[in-house]
Design a protein around this ligand. Structure first.
Ligand code: PMP
Length: 436
């Protein structure tokens, strides 16, 4: 039993000493004090079913003994950290596992502490290899909060600065719901995107381009799912120019999308590099880039990461990967997520504020609009968020207009838990529709 702690008092202290731009969920933000499985308890003792899992980070859920034991065993050695100046057995083991899983020939891994740093590293590798500061990204993308990662983020709500020295060209994304090409068949949509990329290369770039970076399913952008084959079509154009492709798997990696282990594999594409973070450590701070050896080894000066790949986070990540694979959570994401998506589509058809329900595996977006239009309604999304909270369910929010509910529970979600969350969402969407 944890002692009751006031969220209002903590919020006041938070506001006094933390930045105003550090986004918080809910009119009355909450502190999550304990968790088990897919459920968390806030500081005031209220229990919630968690359909957001941190931010897709608590991939196995909370209080997983196998992960806790691995971390405790490492802590018991007295060594939490040694730095990359020393050999780290668990780092090497984890890199071997990720290389094998990546499908990238002759791959190597560099570990970081976050997704932002992972993308930063991928941008460093590709811009150095190609002697170019030009990068291609998708509109509505999110790649992190640092100077360069923010520089390739095509979402004004998360781009506080465009001053990075990268020269970025944004190409058409897979957001069919809001695309003038949305009516095209899958094959024609993919062709239109490839044509757009060709034109962007011709008209907005000069000489060599360092890379294209893209999320297979846009996460912060509102779980935007392009048609399968979309990235295959883009990759063919990139290959004509020898431009490396970086798949940002920070949200889509580790089987979350159900049908494939990496989001990009649904497109029959082997990227030149992939970045990862979030779920790998089941909440521990870990990220990295896995890339072709020639890209990875291409830097011409020494580099280190003091904390990247430290013994504690890599031990926890190995235990997380073991659990994930032993329990085939990718298959669970496909089965439970597929059914949840189908049920949510039915719920959406009954709620006038739901414009679209889309997703893959346990990554489902519900886009809210002014009733029976396609006009984005951030107000309806905010109302639905508050209603789910009152109902005892945590969900996320995103989208270019802040009007998309994001559902991304731990990959251990059971069918019963999915049904329970579904009923709370049904009520919340009805309430948001009624108030619209
Ligand atoms: N890439 C993607 C696709 C992300 O969703 C995020 C985080 N939301 C990042 C990169 C940045 O990761 P981090 O917050 O760990 O720096």
């Amino acid at each position: 039993m944890t002692a009751r702690r006031s969220a209002a008092e903590l919020l006041a202290r938070h506001r006094a000493v933390l930045p105003s731009w550090l986004a918080l969920n809910y009119e009355q933000p909450i502190e999550l004090a304990a968790g088990k499985g897919c459920r968390v308890v806030d500081g005031e003792g209220r229990e919630y079913l968690d359909f957001f899992a941190g931010i897709l980070t608590n991939m196995l859920g909370y209080g997983v003994p196998e992960v806790t034991e691995a971390i405790s065993a490492q802590a018991d050695t007295g060594v939490l950290h040694t730095s990359t100046l020393y050999l780290i057995r668990s780092q090497v083991e984890l890199a071997e596992r990720i290389v094998a899983l990546s499908g990238i020939p002759d791959a190597k891994v560099f570990f970081t502490s976050s997704g932002t740093e992972a993308n930063e590293a991928a941008l460093l590798l590709t811009t150095s290899a190609r002697r170019s500061n030009q990068v291609l990204a998708l509109r509505n993308s999110y790649h992190g909060r640092s100077y360069a990662a923010m520089g390739v983020t095509g979402n004004r709500g998360w781009s506080a600065s465009s001053l990075s020295p990268l020269s970025v060209s944004y190409v058409m994304n897979g957001y069919r719901y809001r695309s003038p090409f949305g009516h095209l068949s899958d094959a024609d949509y993919c062709r239109a995107a490839a044509d757009d990329l060709r034109e962007v290369l011709l008209t907005t770039t000069s000489g060599d381009v360092a890379c294209m970076i893209a999320e297979p399913v846009q996460g912060v952008g509102g779980f935007v799912v392009p048609p399968d084959g979309f990235f295959r079509a883009l990759k063919e154009v990139l290959d004509e120019h020898g431009i490396p492709f970086v798949s940002d798997e920070v949200q889509t990696g580790w089987g979350r999308t159900g049908e494939t282990f990496w989001g990009i594999s649904a497109h029959d594409v082997v990227p030149d590099a992939m970045t990862f973070a979030k779920g790998l450590g089941n909440g521990l701070s870990i990220g990295g880039v896995v890339a072709r050896a020639d890209l990875m080894d291409g830097l011409t000066a020494n580099s280190i990461s003091t904390f990247g790949g430290n013994p504690l986070s890599t031990r926890g990540a190995l235990a997380t990967l073991d659990y994930l694979q032993r329990h085939d959570l990718q298959a669970n994401a496909r089965a439970v997520g597929g059914r949840l998506l189908a049920m949510l589509r039915q719920v959406g058809a009954e709620a006038p504020v739901v414009g679209e329900v889309r997703g893959k595996g346990l990554m489902i977006g519900i886009e809210l609009v002014e009733p029976r239009t396609t006009i984005p309604s951030p107000a309806a999304a905010a109302r639905a968020m508050e209603a789910t909270k009152r109902g005892g369910l945590l969900v996320g929010k995103g989208g270019l207009y802040g009007n998309v509910l994001r559902i991304a529970p731990p990959l251990t979600l059971t069918g019963d838990e999915a049904d329970e969350g579904l009923e709370i969402l049904r009520a919340a969407l009805a309430e948001a529709s009624g108030a619209a």
